[in-house]
Design a protein. Structure first.
Length: 243
């Protein structure tokens, strides 16, 4: 049965009956971690398609309709290339690690008004050692970072309200890296200096493998993305994007 037919059938189902992700995905990633070389991957390409890429595309497809209601500005695109599913091939040009393949599944739901992966968006990570949903801006561009800092400086109460909103912090923890010193144009004793020092404005909500494999996996991921709205709304408004 082709994927288009399966998609139409799912559109007629009111409830997702099972997770599109199975243990086969994690088993493949475990094996890839032990055999991260081009010849092995070539010999196991069909297994990758069946156990990893197709289930990941199914997950994206199942997220599309509920996120159209709760986060319509997120771009949810189930395409083999050029969509929300990130490439498994690593860029080995600049890093010390020359292994050719990533040992995780990455799904990037970018803002419809800013296709940059570093702009405000949502990221879903599936790997053997950890799974999570991330939200916010990872390593934003210089102009975006400056705009976020300016928004915090201009309205710290709004930032604190978004950062500490109860439902959001129930699942998410702020993550990422910070400067060791205060950023230019901000005093070391600024009352919001700890947040102004951030170079990543992201939050992470862990997912257990049990949650990823559960029948309500899609519902849980959608719920987490909804819970991330306070942070996403602040990030987007800082760079004059709707959310």
């Amino acid at each position: 049965m082709n994927r288009r037919l399966k998609t139409r059938q799912r559109a007629n189902e009111s409830v997702t009956k099972s997770s599109p992700i199975s243990e086969d995905l994690f088993e493949f990633l475990e094996d890839l971690n032990e055999n991260n070389e081009r010849e092995w991957f070539k010999a196991n390409k069909d297994r990758y398609e069946q156990c990893v890429r197709e289930p990941a595309l199914d997950l994206i497809e199942q997220l599309e309709k509920p996120l159209m209601r709760s986060a319509p500005m997120l771009r949810v695109v189930a395409k083999r290339l050029g969509g929300s599913l990130m490439r498994i091939h690593r860029d080995t040009r600049f890093g010390k690690d020359k292994t050719p393949y990533k040992t995780n599944v990455g799904i990037s739901l970018r803002h419809d008004g800013d296709g940059d992966i570093h702009g405000p968006g949502v990221y879903i990570h599936l790997a053997c050692d950890e799974c999570f949903v991330g939200a916010g801006s990872w390593r934003p561009a210089k102009e975006t970072l400056a705009a976020i800092r300016q928004s915090i400086d201009a309205d710290p109460k709004a930032w604190i309200k978004a950062r500490d909103q109860r439902t959001f912090r129930k699942s998410f923890e702020l993550a990422g890296e910070s400067l060791k010193t205060s950023p230019r144009d901000y005093a070391k004793d600024h009352p919001m200096i700890e947040d102004l020092r951030r170079i990543d404005f992201i939050a992470v909500a862990p997912l257990s493998r049990k949650e990823v494999l559960a029948d309500d996996a899609v519902k849980r991921i959608v719920e987490l993305i909804r819970q991330a709205k306070p942070l996403m709304k602040f990030m987007c408004e800082a760079v004059e994007l709707p959310y």
